[in-house]
Design a binder for this molecule. Structure first.
Ligand SMILES: NC(=O)c1ccc[n+]([C@@H]2O[C@H](COP(=O)([O-])OP(=O)(O)OC[C@H]3O[C@@H](n4cnc5c(N)ncnc54)[C@H](OP(=O)(O)O)[C@@H]3O)[C@@H](O)[C@H]2O)c1
Length: 317
């Protein structure tokens, strides 16, 4: 039903021309956070459909590994090392990409970081809000703004944002993370209404748990959720069909509950919040007692000063 409502043209194309080449063939597809996880798997899947992939992340060695893997499988890719929280670096990336490839046809805003920490542990940690906002909201908006004019000029473009079902749930302990993801969700929805006439569209993907480096340290999540490859297959489908949102059933139920019974929703989520406490590492980062992301907790490679924030997409489970 969702496919019919959101992407009727794509549905007709899939029914009438089931063996048709992917719309990604011969297109330029920029994927941020392509050095691991969902971004890496997406890059490989896009290249397998004939798209030329522009790989963006900070770790040059990992980007080169992915680029080599794309080419070993017969695809084509170019790597761009960029720290997306550095605004000047993003602007320089845009200039370089447009000069080397012309307009980007598809953009996947995937790079991100997650922090799971209660409010009472966050009173002195405004920087949690600043850094999730920097990479999850400001960076993709800056990059998108840089690439949009060329997309609109060629009258074709599609942007996929990798978000979280927590945006619909309003999951406790994720206020810094989900606030930044919700901001991008809303910004893109509005931007898409303005660019619609230029055939430039947006998809907000609200993923549940995906098995990646972001969630791997949490033992309780072992074997749960999608693989990065399964998630990437859905990203490719979103690139090809251009729906407005891609949701989970649970995310949709949470969204409806928040709409029709908001106080009941608060009561339920408060119980979940009380039942599932903060991780040891999240608490330790505040007390300064310890660092590390082990013991089944989510770890953050780029945490500050030896402190590892928690980024658990499904802290409620
Ligand atoms: N895993 C889940 O359960 C889940 C669920 C819902 C949504 N998501 C979202 O999915 C996206 C991908 O996450 P993942 O699970 O695949 O985790 P991941 O393997 O840790 O990937 C994160 C990617 O973001 C890049 N990145 C982080 N900071 C960056 C910066 N400042 N500049 C450039 N690149 C940066 C990292 O590359 P470098 O370190 O090389 O820079 C890495 O490639 C994130 O936006 C996350 O919020 C994940």
């Amino acid at each position: 039903m969702g496919l019919l409502l959101q992407t009727p043209r794509a549905l007709v194309r899939r029914v009438l021309r089931p063996g048709a080449p992917s719309p990604l063939a011969g297109r330029t597809v920029l994927v941020t956070g392509a050095s691991s996880g969902i971004g890496e798997a997406t890059a490989l899947a896009v290249a397998a459909r004939g798209g030329h992939v522009l790989l963006v992340a900070r770790r040059a060695d990992e980007l080169e590994r992915v680029r080599a893997e794309v080419e070993a499988r017969g695809g084509s890719a170019t790597a761009y090392v960029c720290d997306l929280v550095d605004g000047d670096a993003v602007d320089a990336l845009v200039v370089r990409v447009l000069a080397e490839h012309g307009a980007v046809d598809y953009l996947v805003n995937n790079a991100g970081r997650s922090i799971r920490r209660s409010l009472h542990l966050s009173y002195d940690r405004f920087h949690d809000v600043e850094r999730t906002t920097a990479i999850n909201y400001l960076a993709p908006v800056r990059l998108t703004l840089g690439l949009l004019p060329a997309m609109r000029a060629q009258r074709f473009g599609h942007v996929v944002n990798i978000l979280s079902w927590g945006v619909q749930m309003k999951a406790p302990k994720f206020s810094a993370y989900l606030g930044s993801k919700a901001a991008l969700d809303t910004w893109s929805r509005i931007a898409g209404r303005e660019t619609y006439g230029d055939n430039v569209t947006f998809t907000n993907m609200r993923f549940a748990l995906v098995q990646t480096a972001m969630t791997a340290p949490t033992e309780a999540y072992a074997g749960r959720g999608e693989t990065a490859e399964q998630a990437a297959a859905r990203v490719v489908r979103a690139l090809e069909d251009r729906p407005i949102t891609v949701d989970t059933v649970a995310g949709q139920v949470g969204e409806v509950l928040n709409l029709v019974a908001p106080r009941l929703s608060d009561a339920l989520f408060h119980r979940f919040d009380r039942a599932f406490g903060d991780s040891r590492a999240a608490s330790a980062a505040v007390s300064g007692a310890a660092s590390g992301a082990g013991s089944g907790e989510h770890g953050d490679r780029s945490g500050d000063a030896g402190q590892h924030d928690q980024h658990a997409e499904q802290g409620r489970r």
